[in-house]
Every structure is written in structure tokens, then in C-alpha cells.
Design a binder for this molecule. Sequence first.
Ligand SMILES: [Zn+2]
Length: 448
Amino acid sequence: MRTVDTLLCCRWVVPVQPRGVVLTEHAIAVEAGRIVAVLPAAQARREFAARETVELPHHAVTPGLINAHTHAAMSLLRGVGDDLPLERWLRERIWPLEAAFASEQFVYDGTRLAALEMLRAGQTTCSDMYFFPEAAARALRDAGMRAVVGIIAIEFPTAYATDADDYLRKGLAARDALRDDPLISFTLAPHAPYTVADATLARIATLAEELDLPVHMHVHETAHEVGESVRTHGTRPLARLDRLGLVSERLLAVHAVHLDDAEIRLLAERGATVVHCPSSNLKLASGIARTAMLAARGVNLALGTDGAASNNRLDLLEEARLAALLAKGASGDATALPAAAVLEAATLAGARALGLAERIGSIEADKEADLVAFDLSAVETQPCFDPLSHLVYACGREHVSDVWVRGRRVVRTRQVLDVAGAPLSAAVIAPLVAWQNRLRQFLNAPAA
Ligand SMILES: [Zn+2]
């Protein structure tokens, strides 16, 4: 008998790879943070002696969800800028608040809050873009979450950095400091075509090749952005990025709402990823991304929540359901983005985009054990003929019961655990009250 750390005995396993497969009464054996076998539960009980056996008799277990685009620290700004279009949201609310508050501590505390919300919603990895990326990385790691941290670049000064070179220098230093952490990796994260100059983008294209990093960027989010680019640069943003060498399999084009047919073909040919953020696109009235066409052309389609300031939930399962429904409604084709494709977008497609597909994104032997158990015994998931359908169309994040990251249980029956495996103490969220009071004072102050 082989001894393993953990044996998860599951009513259903939805491995994502191969697409659409549901395994009934299967077990997942985990040793030293890795999946060593996925096999029928009865056979697993004969072959493995486990230090811990977890019975999941009403549960569907999937790979950990991968949130391919967020600004985790902005959870502290949840609800401060509702009902505004992107440009006014940025200029009137977000940028003034960030100018007044963004600091290392703000980012750590805000990201810690976001990590708790994401873990409870079944997300084991997030791809983050924000100032003070080292603080964000520490907060995510301290929460037990896997982090892909953006080395942010933007031309204007903030409390974090003075100019684009300074942003890159500081981000690269954070990468050096954290390069041995098994839960942390990096992207280059130029904010957007309209906030980053050609020289910086060209340098980022070179760095991406040299350091083998993905490039994580807001692209074609609004019609306004595309029009401004034509006026200022004489070209649409994606064509400009292509001229600068950035449209490749490394690119995570976030939002990508306004794409013409040729642009969709270009993204497909180059193997680029579109990170679809449907709630944020709807809330800021940016538009509806052409996901049915993107999928039909073979573009790698991942999902993101965006930050809590434009969503206002970090709930990737909700994005998955919305992605499926919008693809159908907007294309007039009810077969567009079926449940299996959407679950892949929420898991393996994100892993692919982030250069992590060898390690996470599906439940397969030799991958790391990032896993989520959904309890399907609740009334709202009865009856259950197809758990894969339920995961996308019937479940909410409240059905996430247990979560493992690299084999460590971080959520147990909806309770987030600390590093010692004990329920997380309320002290973790204590700093949030202080931030709420400071932010409220600023928001209530009469405009100068
Ligand atoms: Zn964003």
C-alpha cells in the first residue's frame, strides 16, 4: 500500500482535461502538494493508505478556479464609484482615491481582504495588477493563495513609483525577492495602451522575451479607448501593440470588448489570450465582448473578475455563468460557450495564459493539488443529472465548501483556515474598519 498525505473521495470529479468529462465515485490522491493519482474510489481505498481521508459524498471537485484578471487591493474601494462610465470612474473616483490612499499597507490589507473573498469563492489563483506588487504577493501568499503578480507599468507618478522605468525597476526587484516562492509567479503588466508610451511598451516586449513572462494588459476595453488611439496614434490599440511586438502567445488582452473580425483573427493566429470580465464590462457599460466568435476562432478565452471597485464581487463562478449567458444572448446561438467550455475558461485557459498549464488548471496526475469541492446537496442543486451543468448554471459561490492550494486545505466547510489549519481569526479583518473610516472621511469631505 502506498502512503499519501490526503485522499479525497468524491461523488464526482470534473477534471476539465479532457473537456466535458465527469468521473463518478472517484478519488484524488495527494502527496507533497501534488496529485499522484485520480482513480475509482473503491480502488483508491485498497491501494492507498492516507494520513487524512476526506469524504465528499455530495460534492463535485474541480480544479481551483483561476481568476485571470483582478486588482485585489481595490476591494477596499468596493462600492465607491458605482454607476459611472470607465473614464469618469477612473478620473473622478479611482485615481483621486488612489492618489490619497495607495500605500504598501493599503495594498497588503486590501489584497488580504480580496484573498479571503476569492478563496471562499473557490479561486486558488489570481492574476493581479496593482501598485506595490510585492505587498500584494505577500498578502496572497499569507492567505495561502497562489498569486501571479503583475509588474505594473504606467507613465504617471504614484506613491509607489515616479515613472515607467521606476515601476519596472521596482517590479523586477519584487520578482527577484520572491522568485523562490512556489506559490508566486509574475507577469509584466503595462496598465493599458492609453496610459503607457511606445518606448515603455517596446521595452516590455523585450523584457517579456528575455525573462519568459506573460504580458497582462487592459486592451480595447471601451470604444472611447479605440477612438482616442486612432486620433492620437493614427491606429487602433491592438495594431499599435502588434507594431511594438506585443501580440503573441504571451499576451493576456484583458476585456477586449471592441474587436473587429481581423483583430480576432490576429489574436487567434498569435495564440494570444482574451481575459473576459463580463460583470465589469457591463457595469462600466463598456460593452459585450464577442466571446462566441473568439471561441469559434480558437482564441484562448480566460475569465477575470476585474477589481471589486468595478464589479463589485470577486466571484469567478458568477463570471462563468454570465459568460455563458452573454455569449448565447449576444450571438443568437444557444450552443455558444457550453458549460464545459466555460469551466475550462475559469481554470485551464487561465493556467495556459499565465504559463502555468504544466502545474495547475486541471485534475491530472503530476499537477499541483489546487482543488475546489462544491457541495451539491443543497435544495437549489436538486435534482442533479449533470454536475458540470450545475457548476456553471445552478451553483453560486455559496456552494463552495472546501478548497486546497498545493495540497494544503485553506477552506474547510466554508471556513477559511490559517496556516496552522485553525479557523482564521477575526483579527485579520480588523484593519478594514480603520480603512473604511479613513475612506469615508475623504469621500464625505466637500470637493475643493
Ligand atoms: Zn482591470
